[in-house]
Design a protein around this ligand. Structure first.
Ligand code: COA
Length: 220
């Protein structure tokens, strides 16, 4: 099948799983507070799935405070009420961190991806869209290997990984999945640029609507 990320993105945009349009936006320092709120709202089980251990609030806070938005890429999905309901973290690391990567890539860096979606927004394609955006971003910065680690009991994430064509290795209850990505193409660059533009407009509209509501209906 012909590789066409732009068509894939438009198709998923129009599919509107669960009746909602999912737009993924690159987050910045100004979203840090909302990222923290999103992670703190994850219960113990979800924190185990997302971070590999049941991190207490203090460690989650320390993790978010240390997030380097200039170096790593953090993607987010906002719902209609301007709440951050999905966060994907893409970190670029030297391939020494994944010794097996010598079999898959001759690039210097590989990418690692972690994702979480608020319970209220699950099953609407948010996790899938965050993953797809991370993959297209990797392509566009010429990183061709994307890793994801999770528990092999995490059936939803395993499903997303398989659907994306990831190769999965299971060991001691953990799954190490990786995806080999093609080089950038005009379609992959355009798909990411268009999505970011649409997500920025969506973000601005929601943020202004929220500010207007706060002005008109101040809290007592
Ligand atoms: C994993 C997670 C990110 C998925 O987010 P989501 O927005 O609900 O995912 P999506 O809606 O995009 O996709 C869910 C897919 O899994 C499928 N699914 C759901 N439960 C499933 C299960 N028990 N077994 C198999 N597949 C399942 C859905 O049918 C859907 O598939 P489809 O798109 O082919 O119809 C979310 O559940 C989460 O945040 N979990 C806690 C943190 C975590 O596990 N992070 C991953 C480790 S990095």
């Amino acid at each position: 099948m012909q590789d066409n990320p732009l068509r894939r993105w438009l198709t998923s945009l129009l599919a509107r799983k669960g009746g909602k349009t999912v737009l993924v936006k690159a987050l910045s320092k100004r979203d840090r507070r909302r990222v923290l709120r999103h992670f703190l709202a994850l219960d113990k089980d979800d924190r185990l799935l997302r971070f590999g251990s049941m991190l207490p609030d203090e460690q989650v806070t320390a993790y978010v405070n240390k997030l380097d938005f200039a170096h790593d890429i953090v993607f987010g999905v906002y719902n209609t009420r301007f709440q951050l309901v999905g966060v994907g973290h893409l970190a670029f690391t030297s391939k020494e961190a994944h010794p097996d990567s010598i079999h898959y890539t001759d690039k210097e860096k590989v990418a690692e991806f972690g994702v979480s979606v608020s319970k209220s927004a699950r099953g609407q394609g948010v996790g899938t869209r965050l993953f797809e955006r991370a993959a297209v971003h990797c392509r566009n910065v010429d990183v061709d290997t994307l890793y994801m680690q999770c528990l092999s009991s995490n059936r939803t994430m395993m499903h997303i990984a398989k659907k994306a064509g990831m190769e999965i290795h299971r060991e001691y209850g953990e799954a190490d999945a990786h995806l080999h990505l093609p080089p950038p193409s005009p379609s992959s660059v355009l798909a990411e640029a268009l999505e970011e533009q649409m997500a920025k407009i969506d973000y601005t509209v929601k943020s202004n609507a929220r500010a207007a509501l706060r002005f008109l209906l101040p809290r007592r």
